[in-house]
Structures are given as structure tokens and as C-alpha cells.
Design a protein around this ligand. Structure first.
Ligand SMILES: C[S@@+](CC[C@H](N)C(=O)[O-])C[C@H]1O[C@@H](n2cnc3c(N)ncnc32)[C@H](O)[C@@H]1O
Length: 407
């Protein structure tokens, strides 16, 4: 089936074509080539035991959880798969490595590279590779080379690759990916930067990798050699969690009892409509505010002691014995309107100073970066002569130093 055969607007009788129409409309599918691949690949064959309706919803399907109930493998959400394939710009004849398997995306890639290309798909989990083999056999995409391996080390026997597409959350950019990338190749990877994941397209620029596009996404976390655990600080019993990507700044015991101190509240005057994205605000705060972390409230223990902008993950900051977080309030009292204003709540001995500083960064984002081109991310190998010094927008990883800049 190709795009011309399907009237996307009136194809609701076919679940696959209806999903494709939805992805086209929301902008996840932009090109005819990727659209045709989505029309061709039967996603339900990679989801045995899942209903046809569920298989063609724009939703991820969790296929494995760890002992704590955390999702460790899934068939990714079609909208995210589409967005990353559009970012990758895969061409006929390309050699592609997919890190994080399952079969569905490998089949889509096979459509995109055509008979002259090659797709290698690896997963750290043997069960996932078995599932991928079964789905690929059932759907006829038998040319994919799918095998068990830790993605940290790539797949050197099949290298070089024109595209490396990572479909698992990566904290770092290991050297094998760069070594196995063709000279004019592209890596598409969901990179975790201070607890925030963005799908970044990297291309080479000398010894560095430079981003060409940065998009919002969410993925299960990398296991194996590239695994990186967050640090969790609990407040008010276990009601409030502060998640740090690295070691928290200073002595977090100083925060004991901090919520018993009075709350300082400041408002930014920066407003947002309820359907308006503000993902670049999150990147701005995460990469410019020292002591940045994410605040989450346990829904079962929630006493309403904090009022974050998002109870599952709100930008926050710790500075000594003081902490502050992003909050939100309705900006207009007129019925029917849904415009919200950002503000900051803070507790602790320096609550006013820390809240003012955090609030100022919300205003800087609004004045200078809102609606702009978004962040540009550079990855420089650790130890390279031009490695940047640590600072507000410099994030040190084990293998690379990331610099986040704005134009
Ligand atoms: C979101 S799923 C991949 C979905 C897949 N691309 C598809 O077509 O549906 C992420 C996968 O990454 C795998 N994974 C986690 N850490 C890995 C690693 N170090 N190397 C390779 N695969 C890894 C997990 O086992 C999981 O199956």
C-alpha cells in the first residue's frame, strides 16, 4: 500500500490508515516516504495478544516491567516513532543501526532503506530479541539483523552506519556510536539532560557532535553499561520526591523539616495558554539554574502541602537549606478562558532570594527564548582540547560534555 492508495481523511474503517491519518494531522508524520512506511508495516503483528484497536492507538504498549513495576521495554508510541524517523531522514540504501529493539521500528526502517540498504537492530534483553524475530518473521521483514547486545558498544561488525537511531533513554553518548557512524552520518538519540529527555539529532562537526533538531519525547531508561541512576531526596516523609540527575548540591539533610517553614510566593507575569507547549522553558531552567531538580508528589501521600505546576514533574531547585519549585495559577478570572501564570514557591532560610532568582529565569526565557529556535546541543568528547568548562549550560557526562546554547 502507498500513500496515494489511501484517502487518509476518510479511512477510519482501517485502523492502521486511521492512525496514519491522525499522525499526519498532528504533524508527527511529515513526509510521504515515512507515511508510506507506516501504511505498509502491520504494527499488530509485533503485538501478539493485543487487540487490533489497541495496536493502532497512538500509545506505547508496555511489554516488560522490572521487579518494582517500572516499564523496561515497550513497543514505542507511534507518534514518537514517526517523529524520530522524520528527524533521522533515512534514505534508500542507508545502513541503519537501531538500539532498543522490538521489531516494529526495524520493519519501518527496512521500508525506508529499501532493498539496497541494511538494518541492524540490537537489544540488551534476549526476550525482546525473540519477540522482534517473531514479529519480523510474521510480517516478512526477514532481512533485519536483530541480535542481543548492549547498545553502549554499538554493533561494530555491521558498521559503518549512516544512521544510528537510539530508542531507549540515554544519559550519555558513548564513543562506539561516534566511531561506528559514517562520516556524514546522523545519530538520533533521546538524551537525558538534568533529568529531562529530548530526542536530539546529532551530526559531526570536527571532533564534536552538533544538534540539528531537538524534540520532546519520553523513553524507558538505558540498562547495561550506560545505565545511570537518578538520586532521589525525599521530603515530608515520602510525600515529596526531588529527583537529581547527579549528586544533589551540598548536604540535603539541611532540607529536613523545610516544609514547616513559611512559604514565599512570587509571580512572574509570564502566562501560557493551556494547550500551548512550554517545553523550551523546562530545558532553559534545567540547564541554567544551579541545583536544578524535578519535584514529584506521591499521589497516595499527597496532603497538598506543595502546589507544583505539575504534580508528576515540576522544575525545582535546591540551594543549601532552601528549595523552590515552579507553580502555576489561573491568570484570568473570565469564565471560559484558560490562561495560566507561572510563579515560584519557596521554603527555607533563603526563600526570597532563591525564589527571585528562579522566577527571573522564567522571565528571561519569556523575553529571550520563547518561540525561538530552541536549544542547540553540542557533545564534545571528554578530554578533547576544546572541552568546555563546567558552568550553567554545561552538563558533564562520562564520555561527553554537553553544551546547551540558545540563539
Ligand atoms: C522503547 S523499547 C524499544 C522499542 C522498539 N524500538 C520498537 O520498535 O518498538 C526500549 C528497548 O531498549 C532496550 N534496552 C535498554 N537498554 C539497552 C541497551 N543498553 N542496549 C540495547 N537495548 C537496550 C530495552 O530492553 C527495550 O526493549
Amino acid at each position: 500500500m502507498n500513500v496515494a492508495d489511501v484517502d487518509l481523511a476518510t479511512s477510519a474503517e482501517s485502523p492502521r490508515a486511521a492512525l496514519v491519518a491522525q499522525l499526519r494531522e498532528q504533524g508527527s508524520l511529515r513526509t510521504d516516504r515515512v507515511t508510506a512506511a507506516f501504511l505498509a508495516v502491520p504494527r499488530h503483528l509485533f503485538l501478539p495478544g493485543v487487540s487490533l484497536t489497541r495496536a493502532y492507538e497512538n500509545d506505547s504498549v508496555v511489554t516488560k516491567r522490572n521487579e518494582h513495576g517500572v516499564s523496561i521495554s515497550s513497543v514505542s508510541q507511534p507518534g514518537i516513532v514517526a517523529m524520530m524517523l522524520e528527524q533521522a531522514e533515512v534514505e534508500p540504501g542507508h545502513r541503519v543501526l537501531e538500539i532498543g529493539s522490538g521489531g516494529y521500528n526495524a520493519a519501518l526502517l527496512t521500508e525506508l532503506v529499501g532493498p539496497d540498504g541494511a538494518v541492524t537492530s540490537i537489544d540488551i534483553d534476549a526476550d525482546v530479541i525473540d519477540r522482534a524475530h517473531a514479529g519480523l518473521a510474521a510480517s516478512g521483514y526477514t532481512s533485519v539483523n536483530a541480535f542481543r547486545a548492549d547498545g553502549e558498544f554499538g554493533a561494530k561488525d555491521d558498521a559503518p552506519f549512516d544512521r544510528i537511531i537510539v530508542t531507549v533513554g540515554a544519559w550519555d553518548v558513548p564513543p562506539a556510536w561516534v566511531e561506528q557512524l559514517a562520516e556524514d552520518g546522523r545519530i538520533v538519540v533521546p538524551v537525558r539532560m538534568r533529568g529531562l529527555t529530548r530526542s536530539v539529532v546529532f551530526e559531526r562537526d570536527g571532533d564534536q557532535l552538533v544538534s540539528r533538531s531537538v524534540e520532546v519525547c519520553g523513553f524507558v531508561a538505558m540498562q547495561g553499561a550506560g545505565e545511570h541512576d537518578e538520586r532521589l531526596v525525599l521530603l515530608h516523609g515520602k510525600e515529596i520526591g526531588l529527583r537529581f540527575d547527579d549528586e544533589p548540591p551540598g548536604d540535603v539533610d539541611l532540607l529536613n523539616g523545610v516544609l514547616a517553614s513559611p512559604r514565599t510566593e512570587v509571580w512572574s507575569g509570564v502566562t501560557v495558554g493551556n494547550t500551548e507547549p512550554f517545553d523550551t522553558l523546562q530545558v532553559w531552567l534545567a540547564t541554567t539554574v544551579p541545583g536544578f531538580c524535578w519535584l514529584a508528589v506521591d499521589p497516595e501521600l499527597d496532603t497538598d502541602i506543595v502546589k507544583p505546576a505539575n504534580r508528576m514533574a515540576s522544575p525545582a531547585v535546591v540551594d543549601g537549606a532552601t528549595f523552590a519549585y515552579l507553580t502555576i495559577r489561573k491568570a484570568s478570572s473570565e469564565p471560559g478562558t484558560s490562561v495560566y501564570e507561572f510563579g515560584v514557591h519557596s521554603h527555607g532560610p533563603d526563600a526570597e532570594t532563591v525564589a527571585a532568582r528562579f522566577n527571573e529565569q522564567v522571565q528571561v526565557w519569556d523575553r529571550s527564548h520563547r518561540g525561538g529556535k530552541g536549544p542547540r546541543v553540542t557533545a564534545t568528547p571528554v578530554g578533547a582540547p576544546d572541552e568546555p568548562q563546567p558552568g550553567g549550560s554545561v552538563i558533564r557526562k562520562k564520555h561527553v560534555t554537553l553544551t546547551v546554547s540558545w540563539t
